[in-house]
Design a protein around this ligand. Structure first.
Ligand code: GSH
Length: 283
């Protein structure tokens, strides 16, 4: 009898495993189907209209996504008219921002910029030296791929309530924040950064801001007197420290020791975001 019950529980276990994998496959299939339906809808967007899909407007800055702010700033620098869509913010790769242009969908802010440069014959690096372009590139990569973990730690792990303070989000999403926070923590652990203590994470990511500040020095922009292409990404990142993380050590640094970063952000804002106030969610 004992042996029989072991067999039974083994059968149950196998069944459970099969169900689990079938469920996962079904969920993947459903997600793929949902994305395809969404893309089909955007295939019919008006001709020659560039749609920027990104996160909702916020209270203290236009967007809490550094990549969204980067791409929108690029569009302004390149003088490409666009229409904002915040309903389908998550794109075909499950991330935001992304764009639609004449039936073509491009995901990833940098791939979008490369696509638009080609399409519209834009070169925002025309007047910069190789050294300036290289410095800006290094700062962009550092902010986008390393410093961003500091943003994630602050916003999602330690102060998850800042998200709902910065943005008006539906109640259902608010309820999901702890779950998302847990998921993000797991991603941070797999990436490696999440294995460090919060103090260590902040030390490492504050060092990025110190580096960007030292490389900027007294220059107006990373491109010199005029911004270069990667200035849009550097601004996209720094705008989060200056206006998007109230009370953080990053904000404090930009208001004090690294004030050239705040001055730089103000300059970019003044140049490309004259309508800043009307881009905020005041409701
Ligand atoms: N390399 C991408 C990064 C985009 C990205 O990580 N976006 C975040 C928002 S700031 C996102 O969509 N996160 C959702 C997720 O990872 O599930 C780009 O430059 O567009």
């Amino acid at each position: 009898m004992g042996c029989c019950s072991i067999e039974l529980s083994l059968t149950n276990l196998v069944l459970l495993g099969v169900l689990f994998f079938a469920g996962k496959k079904l969920l993947k299939f459903f997600e793929r189907w949902k994305i395809e339906k969404m893309l089909e809808k955007w295939d019919d967007a008006p001709k020659d209209k560039l749609i920027l899909h990104t996160v909702w407007r916020c209270k203290t800055l236009p967007g809490i996504s550094p990549y969204g702010m980067k791409l929108e700033t690029y569009l302004r620098m390149a003088k490409i008219p666009y229409e904002l869509d915040t309903k389908d913010a998550m794109g075909p790769k499950g991330k935001l921002p992304w764009i639609t242009y004449n039936g073509v969908h491009v995901a990833d802010s940098h791939l979008c910029i490369q696509f638009l440069n080609k399409k519209f014959g834009i070169n925002l690096n025309k007047n910069v030296t190789k050294e300036q372009a290289a410095t800006a590139y290094a700062c962009r990569i550092m902010l986008e791929n390393h410093w961003m973990w500091g943003i994630v730690q602050y916003r999602w792990i330690e102060n998850a309530n800042t998200i709902s303070r910065l943005m008006k989000i539906p109640t259902i999403f608010k309820l999901l924040i702890p779950f998302r926070s847990h998921q993000i923590k797991q991603t941070m652990i797999s990436q490696g950064i999440g294995k460090h203590t919060p103090t260590e994470i902040y030390q490492m990511t504050e060092a990025d801001l110190h580096t960007v500040s030292a490389l900027l020095g007294s220059k107006k922009f990373f491109g010199g007197d005029e911004p270069c292409e990667d200035d849009c990404a550097i601004f996209g990142g720094l705008s989060q420290a200056v206006w998007g993380m109230p009370g953080s050590s990053f904000e404090k640094l930009c208001n004090g020791e690294l004030k050239n970063l705040k001055e730089y952000s103000e300059r970019m804002k003044e140049r490309y975001w004259q309508d800043w106030e009307s881009c905020l969610d005041k409701s």
